[in-house]
Design a protein around this ligand. Structure first.
Ligand SMILES: O=P(O)(O)OC[C@H]1O[C@](O)(CO)[C@@H](O)[C@@H]1O
Ligand SMILES: O=C[C@H](O)[C@H](O)COP(=O)(O)O
Length: 950
């Protein structure tokens, strides 16, 4: 059929039964009337979008900026949510412009297509769920949901059609795939008919891609011609021919099915055919006509979605003829020839689907990354910022890891609770922390009511009793925010040291103290015995049962919950059993003490939610602070041996380090691997560090960055900086670090949510306290050497390695065992007070500066619930000096035959036994008599010993 080639060629496509659609969308184009003009003047009958098209529009179009700003002014939205708001609005606007076409053509044309997330192209259930969601959200009858024609997508097409959703099936390249798609469409219609539902309002197109096939096949032809293949001449003849031939045969299949009795039956019930839509019709090879893939594919009951340049070109010089039915035999020959010449169209089309899905994912990543960048710019200093300064060797490895995570959907899988991110173990049961801030906001009324009540009761002090995750978070909050005027002072006690307990008991006014006993499990020894002690103290002070002055924070059904009920506690707050202790700060374990101390829990959580959204599954790893930080930490440790995570925080948020220590060590330090956190080690010159360090800086406001960090950066050490603009953003730091450590755990190949080695010390301790209960004393032990008031203890293996000399010689032998990339752990079972902290600092810095290794300065038993896991289960690079002492005074544990002093001694010995049983290099020094004198002597001996170590 030859037609007169005059007038607007685009408009005249209709004469051949073909509908021109536009493969483009952009807000200003719709808003300024350009789209409408095309409808009116060019006979435009539909619009298609895809992730790449939206990437170009939203990612680069300035017109979206104000919308991002106004959306964020009203809600906290993630990049994914922002994108969807914007895209849906664009799609709806275009739907409005096309609605007259839709009405005029009686639902045949006038559609606007929106694609499901490209990330789920191989997941039938997720695809259908996304299709349903988008269909509902957009809520326009002239919407088409685009679904990729993977095997899974093709199956989802049937479900979507059966649901009454208009579908545009995209990324179709092969005849076989097309046949399956058409079958799916028909089955979907049949399913509706069977259910007695109407089918006359439904529309579907099958987007058959054209130019991409030629690009692939032509490239192979060119390669073989360049290699002087003997069949070069025949190959050359196929250039630019295969895609069109392939499309023509697809159309033949369409015509055949249209004639079938099965189809006629549906047609009789009002079914519209699933038209073939020629996609990818922009000319990629400049050697071909710029309207090639329009001119050669004109035929009845088809659509061509044309990109802007091709649209203009066709309007300008496109020629019309009914090309689609021309020379079908010739098309068959082209394909047979391609087969004979081994161009392997089947393989090419399979590859193109995979590549198509992958490239839409890349485009979507770029789009979401661009939206996230806009979001960050708008939120500005309401959001903490992460910046990574990575040395040359580490940087590409981290970028590669980000790419791998992007391709593997790691972040999305975390949010989907997919345990295969880690070891495919029980991890999915420990991800409640991801939603803790949101859950906390939902419970804010209860926290606020509690806060009011605490205030109205006029407490002077709040004493929190707990260990590890139950104490470290509240401690950070107290040290960071301090006392709120008019509210009580929060104290956190996490020790069995009798001096320390007595000190706390003296510090508070027992009559006006609210006690918070925090224990997830409810079975941890320390909070239980501390509760027993302070219950008695409060009772004596108040002269009555003090139940109403006690609050429990514990997981539902725990042993402590029962105790709290029996003791008629004023409040019992439940934790979430799907959150481990070290991940619990943004749940009741942090929020209850925060509320009691008068902190604004709601504002705090609202700020955290901004970071939650930054770490969302929609934010590509390269832009996602949680993923970036975690990948940098994981890769630095795993591939470059930089496993000493050296924490360095501004004065105002310095307390964060102790919390981060537990998170890092207990989460990652196991099965011989892990990150070793180093907190509070004053920064030194680059010369005192080995290449096993990564520095994590947490900066607050305008507090200057530690000047030494610059020298460290210059010396090639990685510095990962988190800039907090306000103290409140410490909540954001909690979340981003939690996320990062989960990611690092994946890189290390471990389950970051268990703590397999902690239990061992508890067992050893229990054995010792039980022995005490029976015999009235701890099992005898003898030092292997004594020097004045310093007694040295160790297992046989360590003792033999250290010899029986004086303190200096033993310490020299012990620290002489330190090798490059080891770390030293000082584990002091003494009161944690300013003077002892200073003493430990002095000693650790002397060790670091002499031996150039990382040093950890800890107090027992507190660290047992924190870094203790890594010291036992992590890499065998620790050299430990345990310090114990005679207690100047002791305190009885009510209801037990032992005292706190005995518990502490048993804990130290249990800890040592496990270190020794793991073959760790460990030495215990016990100070007899005056502790202060003994500590001085010990420091002097260590310093002397260091002089003799090369
Ligand atoms: O809150 P709980 O159950 O008393 O546990 C306290 C701490 O003890 C540990 O289980 C380690 O012993 C930590 O993981 C936890 O934070
Ligand atoms: O639906 C339309 C397709 O997404 C589009 O035509 C793809 O074209 P391309 O191959 O030029 O990317």
């Amino acid at each position: 059929m030859t037609k007169n080639n005059e007038g607007n060629s685009l408009k005249r496509l209709a004469e051949h039964g073909q509908s021109p659609w536009f493969d483009f969308i952009r807000r200003d184009f719709t808003a300024n009337g350009s789209l409408k003009k095309m409808v009116e003047e060019d006979g435009l009958m539909g619009v298609t979008s895809n992730p790449a098209i939206f990437e170009k529009a939203i990612g680069h179009g300035a017109e979206y900026e104000s919308e991002v700003r106004s959306l964020l002014a009203k809600h906290n939205l993630s990049a994914g949510e922002l994108y969807e708001h914007i895209a849906i609005e664009d799609i709806r606007d275009a739907c409005a412009v096309l609605k007259p076409v839709f009405d005029k053509t009686k639902k045949r044309d006038g559609y606007v297509s929106l694609e499901v997330s490209p990330y789920i192209a191989y997941d039938q259930a997720a695809t259908i769920a996304d299709a349903r969601r988008l269909w509902k959200e957009v809520n326009r009858e002239n919407l088409m949901i685009k679904i990729p024609a993977t095997a899974e997508g093709t199956r989802a097409v049937k479900d979507a059609i059966a649901d009454g959703i208009n579908v545009n099936v995209t990324l179709l390249f092969s005849l076989n795939a097309y046949k399956a798609v058409l079958e799916s469409y028909i089955q979907g219609l049949e399913a509706r008919v069977q259910k007695g539902q109407s089918i006359d309002h439904l529309a579907s197109v099958a987007s058959f891609f054209v130019s991409r096939i030629d690009s692939k096949i032509d490239a192979e032809i060119d390669r073989r011609i360049a290699e002087n293949a003997p069949e070069a001449a025949e190959l050359k003849k196929l250039r630019g021919k295969v895609a069109i031939a392939n499309a023509k045969l697809a159309y033949q299949h369409y015509l055949e099915v249209s004639k079938s009795a099965r189809w006629k039956a549906l047609e009789a019930k009002g079914a519209q055919p699933q038209r073939l839509l020629w996609a990818s019709t922009g000319t990629k090879d400049k050697a071909y006509s710029d309207v090639l893939y329009v001119e050669e594919l004109i035929g009845a009951d088809t659509v061509n979605t044309i990109p802007p340049a091709t649209f203009d070109a066709f309007r300008d010089h496109g020629k019309l003829r009914g090309s689609l039915l021309e020379d079908i035999e010739g098309a068959r020959k082209v394909l047979a020839e391609a087969e004979r010449l081994n161009l392997n169209l089947q393989k090419v089309t399979e590859t193109l689907v995979i590549e198509g899905c992958a490239s839409f994912c890349v485009a979507f990543d770029a789009l979401l990354g661009a939206v996230e960048a806009r979001r960050e710019a708008v939120l500005s200093d309401r959001l903490a910022e992460l910046s990574l300064s990575l040395p040359d060797e580490l940087s590409p490895a981290v970028v590669a890891a980000e790419k791998k995570w992007s391709e593997g959907g790691g972040v999305r899988r975390i949010w989907a609770h997919d345990a295969s991110v880690w070891t495919n173990g029980p991890e999915s049961k420990w991800l409640g922390w991801l939603n803790a801030p949101q859950d906390g906001l939902a419970q804010c009324d209860a926290y606020e009511k509690f806060a009011k009540e605490v205030k109205s009761r006029g407490y002077s002090d709040i004493l929190l009793l707990g260990m590890g995750g139950s104490s470290l978070g509240p401690e950070v909050l107290e040290k960071t925010f301090g006392r709120v005027s008019g509210a009580a002072q929060l104290h956190v006690l996490d020790s069995t040291d009798p001096q320390q307990i007595a000190h706390f008991a003296k510090q508070v006014d027992l009559k006006k103290t609210l006690f918070i006993v925090s224990s997830k499990s409810g079975s941890t020894l320390e909070p239980n015995i501390l509760f027993a002690y302070f219950w008695e103290q409060a009772k004596a002070a108040l002269g009555q049962d003090p139940g109403e002055h006690f609050v429990a924070v514990t997981d539902p059904g725990s042993a402590f919950e029962k105790k709290a009920k029996d003791h008629k506690f004023g409040h019992i707050f439940h934790g979430n059993p799907e959150i481990g202790g070290r991940y619990s700060v943004l749940s009741a374990f942090g929020l209850v003490p925060a509320a009691a101390a008068g902190y604004d829990v709601r504002a705090f959580l609202e700020s955290v939610m901004l970071m939650v959204s930054s770490c969302d599954g929609s934010v590509p790893p390269a832009m996602n602070p949680g993923a970036r930080l975690g990948l940098a930490l994981g890769v630095a440790a795993k591939t470059f041996g930089r496993d000493k995570v050296t924490l360095c925080a501004s004065e105002g948020v310095k307390a964060l380090g102790a919390w981060a220590e537990q998170l890092i060590a207990e989460s990652t330090g196991k099965i011989g691997t892990g990150l070793i956190p180093i907190d509070g080690e004053t920064l030194g010159e680059p010369s005192v560090y080995g290449n096993d360090r990564v520095f994590v800086e947490v900066r607050l406001g305008n507090e200057p960055s530690n000047s030494r960090l610059k020298a460290l950066r210059d010396a090639g050490h990685p510095v990962l900086s988190l800039q907090l603009h306000t103290k409140e953003q410490i909540g954001q730091a909690f979340f981003v670090l939690e996320f990062a450590i989960a990611v690092a755990g994946s890189v290390l190949g471990i389950d970051p949510f268990d703590q397999p080695d902690v239990e061992f010390s508890k067992v050893e301790t229990r054995k010792l306290t039980e022995a005490y209960e029976k015999t009235g004393h701890l099992p005898q032990e003898a030092p292997f050497a004594t020097d004045g008031t310093l007694e040295f203890y160790a297992d046989d293996k360590n003792a033999q390695a250290l010899g029986k000399g004086d303190a200096v010689s033993i310490l020299k032998a012990h620290f002489g065992r330190v090798k490059k990339s080891d770390y030293i752990g000082l584990l002091a079972y003494i009161e944690q007070n300013a003077s002892h902290i200073g003493w430990e600092q002095d000693l650790r810095l002397a060790l670091r500066d002499a031996l150039h290794v990382a040093t950890a300065a800890q107090f027992g038993p507190r660290f047992l619930h924190s870094t203790g896991q890594a010291y036992k289960g992590g890499p065998d690079s620790g050299v430990f000096l345990q310090i114990t002492a005679d207690d100047a005074a002791d305190l009885k544990v009510p209801g037990a035959s032992y005292s706190f002093g005995v518990v502490k001694a048993a804990q130290a010995r249990g800890d040592f036994d496990v270190l020794a049983s793991r073959g760790r290099r460990a030495l215990r020094v016990h100070v007899k008599g005056s502790l202060e004198d003994g500590l001085k002597r010990l420091t002097a001996a260590v310093k002397d010993a260091l002089k003799g170590i090369k």
